[in-house]
Design a protein around this ligand. Structure first.
Ligand SMILES: Nc1ncnc2c1ncn2[C@@H]1O[C@H](COP(=O)(O)OP(=O)(O)OP(=O)(O)O)[C@@H](O)[C@H]1O
Length: 734
């Protein structure tokens, strides 16, 4: 989760502490300090732009099929910035967020001084809690060292006052020096102790920071991993994920800022205390000197954060483009189709849009800085004029004046520093705030724990009028009142055209989504009220999009039951079941072969070989309900036939199998077939019943089957393309 941290805009601040919030626009890799961006390092020098420079009229040669039609007017984002061609072409529209939706804006964007000071105790507590959890001893050391430094500073200032008083009093120089020597020794001792305490605080903070980042990252990942699939697919939740990922780094930096705030606060108290004793008028003047710079820092922080929130999705899209250019998966197609320059052009265009935003912020920063500098100059002049007036009129002794100058310098530096550090702290806290919001949201959208127990051996799973619509889609129902039964210990096939709802149905069955209406019953128990952990432990799925883990072959199979110790016997049995034993034996390091080509010793499998490993994983999981979604799409004919024999054997042994396939000949082995169309079950029955012309119903299965069978029927001499009769023997593998 550690993110290479971009430099803060140098025009806005002059701090030397590492890090700061991410830049509003540029992808982190590109702006990471002192590091070549991976994309830039990996790519050759960009060729002269083959695609048009943004803003120049397109020529015919550069118009591609994916580009918007000529004359498409540039759309405006909610923020008013024009949508670039790249956003429009690649992503279909603006990637900027409208902050109008942010209900938290009020709470999080009040960056005025009062609001910030009011939030300070909360921020300190927040960081303190994280730090306490991460390493309480280091936290105690930092706090003690900072408190000590504050005390030592006050002692130092008082000692300096005494030294000056002695030096400016009457008597011989030797006498005055002798009188001042005691106080001088105290001032020197205070400086030494202060330096030691500073070193202690620095060491302890350095120890604390990475731990705090780790703890915050773990919280982020833990809560994210537990949310419902629907939340992960929700773009609003994803936006939160995007911005919250910076929260851990911000939490880390908050530790340092907290330390700095504490230090600055204590040294300010010391300086202000001395000043108040010297002359009360000096105190408000000190504040007046600091106000303009505080105002500037606050308004810039607010702008940066707002800009970040608006551009966060754009930034992710830019990173996506750079990752695609170096991705192993996309590499063959990028080369074969010459896609590199096309992607690079869009990467550049999107980066330029982000740079324009950076320029805008920098211009604003420069303007604000100038105004602030003017006011600070006036306030400083007023302060020293007042001091001069006090000395001139004799209202202040010369020795006191000297200490006052020292205290003003120390105090204004401390106050400046304090406001700046609070500002940084606050700015980082906005991102930590995002992390907290994510955690709160993730808790609300987490997979519920506990629930009703499922029957040990349910006789059937029944869908009762189940309705489901994917969020954010066109509100078209993916399942539209599905009622069907899956009897235990049988092979149930789901067939239907693309997009008819088969995969959605099994995702609901395996607890990945919840029905919007209707019920899924395991005998009498509604799955919606059941213990989800128990439900998923009963199910093993080989989906179309099963994941190819970039780990060893053994992990790719045993990850089917990640909570159980790995068993070699079960691994071998799973490989045998999936027909992958020869494959494993042929791998350079057997089960220990790494299946990720971009790594040292990594090995690449073919699509069919991966599919066998996917099947082995499902077998290793040993769920009582086995769902196989297009299990044979990448298998050769022999492997396919073997797999269906295995599935039959499993069902004969009492395992329930749900089979989704477009190869209708394969569903002969099924005990029951449900045909779906546009999210509805339109036919159910055995293969023989559905294929028979005498069976009442729409005959959808028969029509589909006949169509497929025709492709395999040998043409009769002289009658090319003869369709088989409906009673003809079905081919083994349509
Ligand atoms: N994650 C998703 N988000 C939004 N819509 C989805 C999602 N998954 C599927 N859909 C939509 O739901 C409908 C049903 O899709 P589903 O994947 O269940 O069909 P299918 O019958 O399995 O199709 P195929 O045979 O092509 O695998 C389709 O219109 C699809 O576009």
């Amino acid at each position: 989760m550690a993110k290479p941290h971009p430099t803060r805009n140098t025009e806005t601040t002059s701090r030397t502490a590492p890090g700061g919030p991410p830049p509003p626009a540029a992808p982190p890799e590109r702006t990471a300090p002192g590091r070549a961006a991976p994309d830039q390092a990996a790519l050759p020098e960009a060729p002269p732009a083959e695609a048009p420079t943004p803003g120049t009229p397109r020529t015919e040669t550069t118009q591609t099929v994916q580009d918007p039609p000529a004359g498409t007017p540039p759309t405006d984002t909610p923020e008013g910035a024009a949508v670039s061609d790249s956003e429009q072409t690649l992503f279909g529209g603006p990637l900027r967020y409208d902050l109008g939706f942010a209900q938290h804006e009020d709470a999080f964007l009040q960056l005025n001084l009062r609001a910030m000071l009011a939030r300070l105790p909360y921020l300190l507590r927040l960081t303190g809690n994280l730090a306490w959890e991460a390493d309480r001893r280091a936290l105690q050391a930092v706090t003690a060292a900072e408190l000590g430094r504050g005390a030592v500073q006050a002692v130092g200032l008082v000692a300096v006052n005494k030294v000056l008083a002695h030096l400016l009093s009457g008597g011989s120089t030797a006498d005055r020096l002798a009188q001042a020597s005691g106080a001088l020794a105290v001032a020197g001792g205070a400086a030494v102790v202060g330096a030691l305490l500073r070193a202690l605080a620095t060491a302890a903070t350095g120890q604390l920071e990475p731990k705090v980042e780790r703890v915050a990252t773990e919280r982020y990942l833990w809560h994210t991993a537990r949310v419902e699939l629907a939340a992960i697919e929700d773009d609003e939740f994803h936006k939160l994920l995007d911005s919250a990922q910076y929260g851990a780094g911000s939490a880390r930096r908050m530790v340092r800022y907290c330390q700095s705030v504490l230090g600055a606060m204590l040294s300010l108290v010391a300086a202000a205390g001395v000043l108040a004793v010297l002359h009360p008028l000096l105190l408000p003047l000190l504040v007046a000197m600091t106000l303009p710079r505080s105002w500037a820092a606050l308004s810039l922080a607010r702008r940066r954060y707002l800009s970040f929130q608006v551009w966060v999705q754009h930034q992710r899209a830019g990173q996506l483009l750079s990752r695609l250019l170096i991705s192993t998966d996309a590499a063959p197609e990028i080369r074969v189709h010459g896609i590199g320059p096309y992607l690079l052009h869009h990467y550049r265009a999107m980066s330029e849009a982000q740079e324009a935003e950076q320029r805008r912020l920098a211009r604003l920063a420069a303007r604000t800085g100038l105004v602030a500098a003017g006011w600070t100059g006036l306030a400083t002049a007023a302060t020293y004029a007042t001091l001069g007036g006090l000395l001139w009129t004799g209202a202040m002794a010369l020795s006191v004046g000297g200490t006052a100058v020292l205290a003003i310098r120390t105090g204004s530096a401390s106050l400046d520093n304090l406001v700046l550090q609070i500002n940084y702290l606050h700015e980082e806290s906005l991102f930590v705030g995002d992390l907290h919001r994510l955690i709160e949201e993730a808790k609300l959208r987490a997979v519920p724990e506990g629930g009703a127990a499922l029957p040990e051996n349910p006789a059937a799973i029944t869908f009762e009028d189940v309705v489901f619509t994917y969020r954010g889609k066109d509100n078209k129902r993916a399942l539209d009142g599905v009622s069907l039964t899956v009897p235990a210990g049988k092979i149930v096939a789901l067939v239907g055209e693309n997009g008819s709802g088969k995969t959605t149905l099994v995702k609901l069955l395996s607890g990945l989504y919840q029905p919007d209406a209707g019920r899924i019953l395991w005998d009498g128990v509604d799955a919606a009220t059941a213990d989800r952990a128990e439900l998923v432990s009963r199910v093993a799925v080989v989906g179309q999009d099963f994941y190819r883990w970039p780990f060893t072959a053994a992990v790719n199979v045993s990850i089917g039951r990640p909570d159980a110790p790995v068993s070699q016997d079960r691994l071998d049995a799973a490989a045998h079941y999936a027909g992958a034993d020869d494959l494993i034996a042929s791998l350079p390091r057997g089960w220990s072969t790494l299946l990720a080509r971009a790594y040292k010793g990594g090995h690449q499998l073919s699509g069919g070989e991966w599919q066998r490993l996917g099947l082995a994983r499902a077998h290793y999981r040993a769920g009582r309900l086995l769902i196989v979604d297009e299990p044979t799409s990448a298998l050769d004919a022999k492997a396919e036939q073997r797999l269906f024999e295995q599935i039959r054997a499993l069902a004969d042994a009492g395992q329930t199998v749900i089979l989704i396939t477009h190869r209708l000949g394969s569903v002969r082995a099924a005990d029951l077939i449900h045909v779906l169309d546009h999210g509805k079950v339109i036919e159910s029955g055995t293969f023989d019943a559905l294929i028979s012309p005498t069976t009442p119903g729409p005959g959808a299965f028969r029509t589909l089957y006949t169509l497929q069978a025709a492709q395999y029927a040998p043409p009769s001499p002289g009658t090319p393309g003869r369709a088989p009769t409906e009673t003809a023997d079905a081919p083994a593998r349509p």
